[in-house]
Ligand binder design. Sequence first.
Ligand code: ZN
Length: 126
Amino acid sequence: MTTATIPDLQGFETYFGLQVSDVGEDGSVIILGHHHNEPRRIVAALNRHAREFWGLANLVDDQNPGPGELADSLAETYAVARCGAACRDDQCGNCERVRAGQREWWITWDVAPGTPHSFPATVWRP
Ligand SMILES: [Zn+2]
């Protein structure tokens, strides 16, 4: 079994030591890595992202979110990063541009564990 390497992608903000970025157009947010037993840290990072990056009260833009409302929408998954270029590299998940942490990238998440070049990620879906 290969060890998952989390790529050093640009465009992530760091809050409480967690790397956070918006992904997709539905308001989903991805956090690099799995952070077992740290739901409070994850929620704190996501809320700070929502305040600083989106200008909202918190992730759900609700001053009084119900208990667990934020954490319940978190899922641990596996993801593969692809370079934003029209990559002809069959190994794009680990291609030169991905390894170089290039600015433009996209991520496929919910891939099966063990997918080549996949890495652990945590996704929050609105
Ligand atoms: Zn590539």
